[in-house]
Ligand binder design. Structure first.
Ligand code: D41
Length: 673
């Protein structure tokens, strides 16, 4: 049978592309395309080769997964090859996998071990008589790099196994990854030091493992979860994969706390859906679920196809990164005048959510990415954070693409822009003359955590400002039903409701009011501290910087922001007008339900609590006079740890901080009641 010329050409083109991207991805840690785009190309080639097996060559990218090791590390040959995993991209493919297995085994029901697919790098650990003697990357599955020194810096990798009956030889396999929190902190630090941020936790983990200087690796927050064994000497194995993992657990190795044994394909799908729903809340990134036939004898019967076991499959989640085109960059003006560039994108579905805007943070970020309108970019959406542009695909840049012009005037009110020395943000100097800043301050004023005005949404505020019906928060309370009913998408009924909501919001607390004013860098915590220390609005408005600095949590910058705010006559006038329109709060209300039972105690809350949100827990602690911070230090007194607490537990243990689980926390609160 002859193969059409078009097909041959396509095969050659795919191979060339895959070789190129392989090099960029593995050897240079600098991918130009997304993982899913790479997978699509590889799949297309696999399918063409399957249809025309005579075209397969030894050097086809389908015959080799990974890349050759860098020269600087020693080479390690894996006596037992490190296999790859077949993928299922959707439920049908998983059902097909289960069907093939049942047919091959001639059974009706299969028991699977299920675990999250960690998005990291596969690594092999070699233990001799319980001592870690060598660690290697997977490399191409047969030859990897010797990264022993680097792996030794990972705290969750035991240098010596626990237990008494240790085998002479034991090779462990698992995935090295960087937890989300650590990744964010590392990137913040890197950017601050003028370095280039990592695109995602996986790249950060790869870059960290590739360090020739293990002192650098040691400063990177890496972790490892183990999922299998390789060489075992004369060890006799248990009957089930899940038993092996439990055994590894008992040896002190980190295994997945999410692992489970499930019966049949329906339970596989249930497990997948459960983790897909919790994906964003996990402290690390996962890109799917791995299902493995749990019975080791059945695994043997099933064997391998090329380089992947027939008894395992990765059911992938939708990708969190996709490619799209940057149409343009707009500049938005925030409440305090900060100008933020926003990327306008050709809409693309990322992990099932349509994305057409992404933040570019500031001008430095635009320069760092060297992104230009017309460019192909990689966008990433993880959790509920705003989508980000990860990188620019320079090889696809259209001819003549022009740099983004730095604005010199406010795009809304045309006032001058200023950039404070050493800061990346530029700001509009228009203040409340700028309608964008007015809109944003009103949105802040009406927000749930501030005055909580129900029904006063962003679109409505835009109209009120654009029609000049409202200039300051005080004007809100002068609105009439007729005025409101004349607005777009408002009827008589919603107008009446809004007036009711406005009246209802007048009964508030001093703390909410102070926060609602939108003084720069005065968030909820600072507003609370001000009320706790100074008790009345008059005292807060009259406090000088010296008094303010003496309040916990208020530094010189915030103190200057507060005095600066109240020094301006128009701000004082607005406050006066608001009070006149009937705003009121109980005197000293912040300390009314307030006790000082936990005065001087600092708490950190981590993980998921089952009876309340972390914010609610924080609120309860603050009411008792405690301080609640986000990171653990030697000053922390207690760590409250819910489910999936992550690395804070280790840090707390290291620093000797008392750890309370949810039950102990509830008991503490009960005692204080
Ligand atoms: O969490 C993972 N990334 C993971 C990877 C896992 N949980 N299990 C895995 N199991 C295997 C087999 C079945 C081949 C032992 C794997 C991988 N392999 C794997 N990781 C990278 C290449 C292959």
């Amino acid at each position: 049978m002859t193969i059409p010329k078009k097909t041959i050409n396509r095969i050659h083109s795919l191979r060339k592309q895959l070789h190129y991207h392989n090099l960029r991805y593995y050897t240079h840690d600098d991918p130009e395309i997304t993982d899913s785009e790479y997978d699509r190309l590889l799949r297309e080639l696999q399918e063409l080769e399957a249809a025309h097996p005579q075209t397969i060559t030894a050097d086809s990218p389908t015959q080799r997964v990974g890349a050759s090791p860098l020269k600087a590390f020693g080479e390690v040959r894996h006596t037992i090859p490190m296999l790859s995993l077949a993928n299922a991209m959707n439920a049908e493919e998983l059902i097909g996998f289960d069907k093939r297995i049942r047919e091959k085994l001639a059974v009706e029901h299969v028991t699977y071990a299920a675990e999250p697919k960690m998005d990291g790098l596969a690594v092999s650990l070699l233990y001799e008589k319980g001592i870690l003697v060598r660690a290697a990357t997977r490399g191409d599955g047969v030859t990897g790099e010797d990264i022993t020194q680097n792996i030794r810096t990972i705290k969750t990798v035991p240098l010596q196994l626990a237990g008494s009956k240790l085998p002479d030889l034991l090779e462990i396999r698992g995935e090295v990854f960087m937890p989300k929190k650590g990744f964010e902190q590392l990137n913040k630090r890197t950017i601050k030091e003028g370095g280039k941020a990592f695109a995602n936790p996986r790249n950060a983990a790869a870059g960290s493992l590739r360090q020739l200087d293990s002192a650098v690796t040691a400063r990177r927050p890496l972790d490892m979860i183990c999922y299998g064994i390789g060489e075992t000497g004369k060890l006799s194995l248990p009957q089930h994969y899940s038993d092996i993992i439990d055994w590894l657990d008992s040896l002190g190795l980190h295994v997945s706390p999410e692992r489970a044994v499930v019966e049949g394909v329906q339970q596989c799908l249930d497990y997948y859906n459960d983790l897909a729903a919790r994906r964003d809340k996990l402290p690390y990134e996962i890109d799917g679920i791995v299902f493995k036939v749990n019975d080791l004898e059945q695994q043997q019967q099933l064997g391998f196809v090329s380089r992947a076991p027939r008894w395992a499959i990765a059911h992938k989640f939708p990708a969190q990164e996709e490619m799209t085109i940057l149409r343009d960059v707009d500049f938005q003006v925030g409440r305090t005048g900060a100008i933020t560039p926003v990327a306008r994108l050709e809409a693309v579905s990322v992990g099932g959510v349509m994305v057409s805007n992404a933040t570019l943070h500031n001008l430095d970020e635009i320069r760092r990415l060297d992104v230009r309108p017309g460019d192909t970019v990689i966008v990433r959406r993880a959790g509920d954070v705003i989508p980000q542009i990860v990188s620019t695909v320079f090889s696809r840049r259209p001819k003549g693409a022009r740099r983004v012009k730095t604005p010199t005037k406010c795009p809304v009110c045309h006032s001058e822009l200023i950039q404070a020395e050493g800061q990346a943000v530029i700001r509009c100097t228009g203040g409340l003359f700028c309608s964008a800043q007015r809109k944003e301050s009103l949105k802040h004023y009406a927000a749930r955590k501030a005055m909580d005005i129900e029904g006063l949404g962003d679109k409505l505020i835009d109209q009120l400002i654009d029609k000049d019906l409202v200039h300051s928060p005080a004007d809100l309370y002068k609105l009439t039903v007729e005025q409101l009913a004349s607005l777009e998408r408002m009827g008589e009924k919603s107008a009446v409701n809004l007036i009711d909501a406005l009246n209802k919001s007048k009964q508030t607390s001093l703390q909410r009011f102070i926060y609602a004013l939108g003084i720069r860098e005065v968030g909820e915590a600072t507003a609370r501290a001000l009320v706790q220390s100074l008790h009345t609005l008059e005292a807060i408005m009259g406090a000088d910087e010296e008094v303010l600095i003496s309040i916990p949590d208020v530094g010189p910058v915030v103190a200057a922001n507060i005095t600066g705010f109240f020094r301006q006559k128009h701000n004082r006038d607005i406050v006066k007008e608001l009070i006149k329109s009937g705003l009121s709060w109980k005197q000293d209300d912040a300390s009314e339900s307030q006790t000082d039972a936990l005065q001087g105690q600092t708490f950190v809350i981590t993980g998921t609590l089952s009876t309340m949100s972390r914010n609610e827990a924080k609120e309860l602690l603050l009411q008792q006079g405690a301080k609640v911070t986000s990171s653990i230090s030697s000053k922390t007194n207690y760590l409250i740890a819910g489910e999936n607490p992550g690395s804070k537990i280790d840090k707390a243990t290291d620093l000797g901080v008392s750890i309370l689980d949810e039950t102990a926390f509830m008991q503490l609160l009960d005692k204080l009641k």
